[in-house]
Ligand binder design. Structure first.
Ligand SMILES: C[S@@+](CC[C@H](N)C(=O)[O-])C[C@H]1O[C@@H](n2cnc3c(N)ncnc32)[C@H](O)[C@@H]1O
Length: 318
């Protein structure tokens, strides 16, 4: 239940993150027994490249502490939406943390916001949205795929997040979001193949002053078509962004060091000796440098934000 609140010490039933190294991160439910492939109840022992871990032995350990495995060690961490996004079981394409940060900022989310997300997919974005809007906000999330809805529901429950989210199986293009949400929603987020088919339904549920609509689309053609629909429906302040995270590497490098004495001599005396040239070239030192990473992560998608103005303003616009 530790997604819901930060804790000092691990208790039975918590979901914890087991961090071996950047490429080996896992989530574990702290319980004594688990079912094996033959559906038999057995001791809950988790196998890693550094050996086995009896999962129930984590009870009483401090979050952030280093724990022994049979052939090495790992850290046990508090679960966060960012770590969950790195390790969750993919049922669909997901939205990653750099895009999520821009989405939550553009939608102006805060504790107490009431929001809609569709489709739920693998629940990557949902976990971050819930963290922003709790404790007194609510996320309504929709997906038309039965199995994805069922798995996401189980995960929200296991992570102690059920009080902050309502997950419904629905085709939102056909059926919209439901009368009960009419003009109650601060922001709607769309991540599905035909966002333009949902705009009309969004205008019904958004609050009448300043409701935000945000959508994520990999292709610019989807963006153009959806923006045209947004303008038709009276949305204003449309902006589309692409969020590219660029890493910086900090490392020691051997670099030539300028010899200013030698340079001064060079300027004042054209007949610089070969000895001086050699001295200038030889001077090298190990310096702490910061350089851009060689590769830049590629395109994920375009993020578009729009605002629904008060209805009287919309009438004069049309
Ligand atoms: C790319 S995934 C969403 C991923 C999600 N944003 C995440 O970060 O995990 C798109 C989802 O939209 C759902 N979907 C597509 N069309 C839909 C519709 N008309 N109504 C409801 N859900 C729909 C799909 O079933 C799929 O799960």
């Amino acid at each position: 239940m530790s997604f819901n609140k930060t804790k000092e010490v691990i208790e039975e039933g918590d979901v914890v993150i087991l961090y071996l190294n950047p490429n080996n991160i896992y989530s574990l439910e702290v319980k004594a027994k688990t079912f094996n492939k033959k559906a038999e109840l057995v001791d809950n022992v988790f196998q890693t490249t550094y050996g086995a871990l009896k999962v129930i032995s984590l009870v009483g350990q401090k979050y952030g502490s280093k724990i022994e495995l049979t052939k090495g060690w790992a850290h046990v961490l508090q679960p966060t939406p960012e770590l969950w996004t790195m390790i969750l079981p993919h049922r669909t394409q997901i939205i990653y943390s750099p895009d999520i940060s821009l989405i939550t900022h553009l939608m102006e989310l805060k504790p107490g916001s009431t929001i809609i997300e569709t489709g739920t997919g693998s629940g990557s974005l949902s976990h971050s949205l819930i963290r922003v809007i709790r404790p007194n906000g609510h996320l309504y999330t929709f997906d038309f795929h039965e199995q994805r809805v069922s798995i996401a529901n189980t995960e929200f429950d296991r992570h102690g997040l059920s009080d902050f989210v309502t997950l419904k199986k629905r085709d939102v293009c056909l059926d919209g979001f439901g009368e009960e949400l009419k003009h109650k929603i601060d922001a709607v987020f769309l991540d599905l193949p035909h966002p333009w088919l949902v705009i009309k339904h969004a205008t019904v549920v958004l609050k009448q002053i300043g409701g935000k609509l945000c959508f994520f689309s990999p292709c610019i053609e989807q963006v153009q078509r959806t923006c045209a629909k947004l303008i038709c429906e009276g949305f204003i302040e449309l902006n589309t962004y692409e969020c590219l995270q660029r890493e910086m590497n900090v490392q020691y490098r051997s670099l030539p060091i300028l010899d200013f004495e030698c340079l001064k001599y060079k300027h004042t005396n054209e007949n610089i000796t070969e000895k001086n040239e050699r001295r200038e070239r030889k001077q090298e030192g190990k310096l702490l440098t910061v350089i851009h990473a060689q590769s830049l992560p590629g395109h994920t998608g375009f993020i578009t934000i729009a605002t629904l103005p008060p209805s009287c303003h919309r009438c004069t616009q049309k």
